[in-house]
Ligand binder design. Structure first.
Ligand code: NAG
Ligand code: NAG
Ligand code: NAG
Ligand code: NAG
Ligand code: NAG
Ligand code: NAG
Ligand code: NAG
Length: 569
């Protein structure tokens, strides 16, 4: 409880959280509450609660063909999204990936999702397809080199959504995961003061941030800078913090660009995610590093790099990419030993123990046919890092770069990929979202960004974009005169939508007295996006009643939050 004393008005406020608990016993494979962290189960659950709506089907396994299990044929309709789930278990092996493939008649294959299946218990495989063609398909389940008889598959379920239905579902999820219902209760001694009191609510800082990358050209263009800082509160630099930029010549560090951009960000209240301490791709080392053959020499310069860049920006970043792309590549493992990434994370967490240390990969959510940087592999990589001795308590983070191809994104696959990444319990960010220009670029970008925003594991999004002068030429948000492109309009629309607009609500007098004889009135319930707020109580007929306080609305406070204000007037 906090008590405010404003001259002769005393304001006391209480926060009461009313936690509404669901029954949570039945298992709905397409809902988030239970399945985001779905454990391996002894029995595959039979019931579903919410999925029996339109477009819901149970599919039967009706064939075994060599090493695959085939599900009966069904017809896809172009433009619809199909969420598909199944419970899988292995007969003999302890642990192995099982994948789901959708095969069209002419041999076209779409990979729908995968899970790390186990022997002793059932794992939920989720995924699906956003169809960009119509026609009959077969779904099959397989694991490399395993005969069909060695994989159990049960409870295959599919649900079809048209674009409107999918969007509706996203909006419902957003309402549930990004907002709380809040109601104000106000009590006064003075009866007539309750009536007509107004509560103004202004968001100071939203919890969820849609950020944008920036590059050194922002230092050269005042217009780029103004364009940027008037929109974004979160950024990451493209190349300026990378080793190949800061130490072009061995032993001659030069942080001029990164320092200037860091200062620019700080002066304008823009938070920065550091990118990147190291990069596991041999091709992107400084050229002098590529020439090093002696592992001890490489180790020395690598340690120097980690210390140099992390100490320089210590306390000034909100996250770090530590070893970029270390699922696809393994330069440091090859040169320094199989635990190189884990050791680098261990050092990084000692230098910056309080901010999330990200793994940052490509093709994880954006490309369903990816086999190396797949969600299951990215999850496994992070688990390896955390299980290295001493790393148990490091704060991890999962960055999915999200460079999408210029075509219909597979939203069902993206959702299942985010489920898998989110099941580690670390924050998941989309870190470099873009898509090459194509006729539906803006529409597809909107689908992608809404899909990420409606997923509970996603805690931040950074788009890889800028105005024409910045040279981000895939996703260009403004032309050379800084007039918005269509993509720019989309981003501005989402920035608006994802922060709470100021609201004023009035107190209705319920003519009801509390124990101390005060009159109690209530505001209507309102739904507010998570974030920090400034709340002001005024009454037009009481000129000197104007009192403000800060309020934080967070997910942790439950679905309905009641704020009680007691005013001694
Ligand atoms: C999607 O399905 C709903 C419910 O059946 C229907 O009302 C709506 O017209 C459909 N929208 C599209 C774009 O097909
Ligand atoms: C009670 O409030 C009314 C206005 O709402 C004001 O005119 C009146 O002076 C107040 N009475 C006291 C005792 O403060
Ligand atoms: C450091 O980098 C800046 C920006 O690229 C450049 O202007 C400057 O000449 C460099 N300094 C040295 C000593 O190389
Ligand atoms: C690496 O650093 C250590 C400690 O500073 C030094 O003794 C050693 O000679 C260095 N190795 C190489 C190959 O430079
Ligand atoms: C990696 O670290 C683990 C745990 O300390 C150790 O058992 C393993 O041998 C190491 N692997 C390599 C390649 O050094
Ligand atoms: C673009 O911006 C310039 C300068 O701000 C303005 O004069 C012009 O009318 C704009 N063009 C369009 C098509 O909006
Ligand atoms: C409230 O306002 C009235 C007149 O508007 C003034 O006479 C009175 O002193 C004020 N009270 C306080 C505590 O400021």
């Amino acid at each position: 409880m906090k008590r405010f004393n404003y001259g002769f008005f005393h304001l006391v406020f209480f926060l009461i959280s009313l936690l509404l608990l669901g029954s949570g016993l039945s298992m709905d494979p397409f809902s988030y509450d239970q399945s985001l962290k779905s454990e391996c189960l002894m029995e595959p659950p039979q019931t579903t609660s919410n999925t029996e709506g339109e477009g819901f089907e149970e599919l039967n396994i009706n064939e075994k063909r060599g090493n695959i299990k085939v599900v009966e044929r069904f017809d896809l309709q172009k433009g619809n999204t199909y969420s598909i789930s199944a419970w899988v278990k292995l007969r003999n092996d302890n642990q192995r990936k099982v994948g789901m493939t959708l095969r069209w008649k002419n041999g076209k294959n779409v990979f729908g999702g995968e899970v790390m299946a186990k022997k002793a218990c059932w794992s939920l495989l989720k995924g699906g397809i956003t169809a960009d063609f119509s026609g009959p398909i077969h779904i099959f389940f397989e694991s490399n080199d395993l005969a069909a008889a060695e994989i159990h598959v049960q409870n295959v379920r599919m649900q079809r959504f048209n674009k409107t239905q999918w969007r509706l579902q996203q909006d419902q999820l957003i309402e549930k995961i990004r907002k709380n219902k809040v109601r104000f209760q106000l009590s006064f001694h003075n009866k007539s003061a309750v009536k007509g009191s107004v509560i103004s609510i202004e968001q100071i800082k939203p919890s969820f941030l849609l950020g944008c990358a920036m590059n050194y050209r922002i230092l050269e263009s005042q217009s780029y800078k103004e364009w940027f800082v008037s929109r974004f509160r979160l950024t990451s630099f493209t190349n300026e913090m990378k080793w190949y930029t800061t130490e072009v010549v061995r032993g001659q560090e030069n942080y001029t660009l990164a320092d200037s951009m860091m200062n620019l960000a700080e002066e304008n209240n823009v938070m920065v995610k550091g990118h990147t301490v190291l990069w596991d791709d041999q091709r992107w080392q400084p050229s002098w590093v590529k020439r090093i053959r002696n592992p001890e020499d490489l180790k020395n310069v690598t340690l120097n790099r980690i210390n140099s860049v992390m100490k320089r920006y210590k306390g000034r970043l909100i996250a770090w990419d530590v070893m970029n792309e270390n699922v696809h590549f393994s330069y440091f493992e090859y040169m320094l030993g199989g635990n190189a990434s884990a050791i680098v994370y261990s050092m990084a967490s000692k230098l910056e123990p309080d901010i999330p240390l990200f793994l940052n990969e490509f093709n994880t959510v954006e490309y369903d046919n990816e086999r190396v940087g797949s969600p299951v592999n990215v999850k496994k990589r992070m688990e390896e890092i955390v299980s290295y001795p001493g790393n148990k308590n490091i704060k991890g983070g999962i960055g999915a770069q999200a460079h999408f191809a210029p075509k219909q994104p597979n939203l069902a696959y993206m959702r299942s990929a985010l489920d898998t990444l989110g099941s580690l319990g670390f924050p998941v960010w989309l870190t470099e979202v873009d898509m090459a220009k194509c006729p539906n670029q803006v529409k597809y970008m909107e689908e992608i960004l809404r899909e990420a925003y409606s997923h509970p594991a996603v805690k931040g999004i950074i788009i890889y974009a800028g105005p024409e002068v910045s040279g981000f030429n895939k996703l260009t948000l403004a032309d050379k005169d800084f007039n918005n492109t269509e993509a720019g309009d989309l981003i501005d629309k989402l920035l608006q939508e994802w922060q709470q607009k100021p609201v004023e609500i009035s107190i209705q007098n319920h003519e009801h007295n509390d124990e101390e004889g005060r009159i109690v009135g209530f505001s209507p319930e309102i739904s507010l996006l998570h974030g920090h707020y400034k709340v002001t109580v005024t009454n037009p007929s009481m000129k000197n009643l104007s009192t403000s306080f800060n309020l934080e609305i967070t997910k942790e406070m439950g679905h309905l939050q009641e704020v009680q204000l007691v005013i001694d007037a």
